[in-house]
Design a protein around this ligand. Structure first.
Ligand code: C5P
Length: 397
């Protein structure tokens, strides 16, 4: 909820501005008051009348409106809010922010403020991917600015890719998280993610193809609901989400040690693809090619992190969630795995070659708990993560 929270909403100039109208309603439904600022370009897409009617407040739009300055100066306007949301945040607005420009009301407010800022970018995919925009994002993140989206999808300009503004409810959830609200506020959740690397010698290792995509999405979704997230990740391809505590590890044994050090937690989600074996007696110096033949690698078993945490007598998280990637008899095997590992929930996914799930963008999950099995439709990994985060929030109460 956003009861009594004051949100300054800056609406930039982009086709996604129409979604800002719905966003105002959603924010107000949750008890927030919304003070709208419409940029000159924003006013080309939505009218000040619609914005003020939905917000129930006057729209601010011109830096040099002397009446406004007399009633409420722009410094005061920027500081009286609990959170500033920029939706849509255009490439131009982000560039201004990164450079510290203050040549209209929106950019002046953003420069004059000490209030947390949340950006919901929306732009053409090429503009989003442009080196200049990406540089600005790094700068803004470094300045402590939070982001929600953009999402992948069809764009109004006819292209496809990242650049669609996050949906109003996603922005609301991110606003709640930025304000320390949301159904998981005050809850600590641990997430493991990515592959592990098991050393052969100082330069070689054994690994697997996990990208870390599902674990990263889960950590982001939990954070978006307000959780304090500890993200223990092996060397993954994907950058960790914002706003989470990141602990980087290489091997399974390092991952177990990091997990144990990160407990206690209210819930733990084990999404990492942990290597089952490591090389026995990994060499401290680089193995040389010798005339004597090939090195003989022997393996030994790695600790099972999920099973270890599930079996903890003291300090076991109240809810322990594991994954089971299966190719045959998915539900049967995953049900047996849940019992064997001692976890509360198993998210089973069918990774048979025909499904395209392994390494793909989607997942088809069956949730197995003590209440039985529940088949989810085929969803993007981001949607799976959101659904799981909401289920965890409901289970923790
Ligand atoms: O046994 P299997 O690898 O299929 O189990 C998968 C589940 O167990 C995943 O949740 C994974 O993160 C977890 N796991 C673990 N430590 C291991 C192996 C698997 O935490 N050594």
């Amino acid at each position: 909820m956003l009861e009594s929270r004051r949100i300054l909403l800056i609406i930039g100039g982009g086709i996604a501005a129409y979604k800002a109208l719905d966003l105002i309603r959603r924010l107000r439904e949750r008890g927030a008051s919304v003070t709208p600022v419409l940029t000159q370009a924003g006013a080309e897409f939505v009218t000040p009348l619609s914005v003020s009617a939905l917000a129930g407040e006057k729209v601010f739009g011109d830096l040099f409106d002397l009446t406004d300055e007399a009633e409420m100066g722009h410094i005061e306007l920027s500081r009286s809010a609990d959170l500033i949301v920029v939706a849509p945040a255009t490439a131009d607005l982000m560039a201004k922010m990164a450079q510290g420009h203050a040549n209209d009301l929106a950019s002046t407010l953003l420069l004059a403020t000490d209030t947390p800022v949340l950006l919901a970018p929306a732009m053409n995919v090429r503009m989003w991917e442009h080196a200049a925009t990406q540089r600005n994002i790094v700068t803004l993140r470094g300045d402590g600015i939070a982001f929600v989206g953009p999402n992948d999808g069809d764009m109004a300009c006819g292209e496809f890719g990242p650049g669609r503004m996050a949906e109003p409810l996603e922005i609301v959830a991110a606003a709640e998280a930025a304000l320390g609200e949301g159904p998981l506020a005050g809850r600590r959740v641990l997430v493991t993610s990515g592959p592990t690397h098991e050393p052969i010698d100082p330069v070689r290792y054994i690994a697997n193809r996990s990208s870390g995509a599902q674990g990263t999405a889960i950590a982001a979704a939990l954070r978006a609901l307000g959780a304090e997230v500890v993200f223990v990740t092996g060397p993954a391809d994907i950058a960790p989400p914002e706003g989470v505590e990141v602990i980087r590890v290489q091997s399974a044994r390092e991952m177990l040690a990091a997990v144990e050090a990160a407990l206690p937690a209210d819930a733990a989600v084990f999404a990492a693809a942990v290597a089952d074996w490591r090389v026995r007696g990994a060499s401290d110096s680089k193995l040389k090619k010798t005339k004597g033949g090939l090195p003989a690698l022997e393996f030994e078993e790695n600790p099972d992190i999920l099973a270890t945490v599930s079996a903890m007598k003291a300090g076991r998280p109240g809810l322990v969630v594991g994954f089971a990637a299966e190719t045959d008899d998915v539900v049967e095997n995953a049900t047996a795995k849940r019992a064997r590992k001692g976890c509360d929930w198993i998210l089973a996914n069918d990774v048979s070659p025909g499904t395209g799930i392994m390494g793909g963008a989607e997942n088809a999950i069956t949730l197995i708990s003590e209440d039985g099995t529940e088949a989810w439709p085929r969803l993007s990994k981001a949607e799976v993560a959101k659904r799981l985060a909401h289920r965890i929030a409901a289970a923790l109460g």
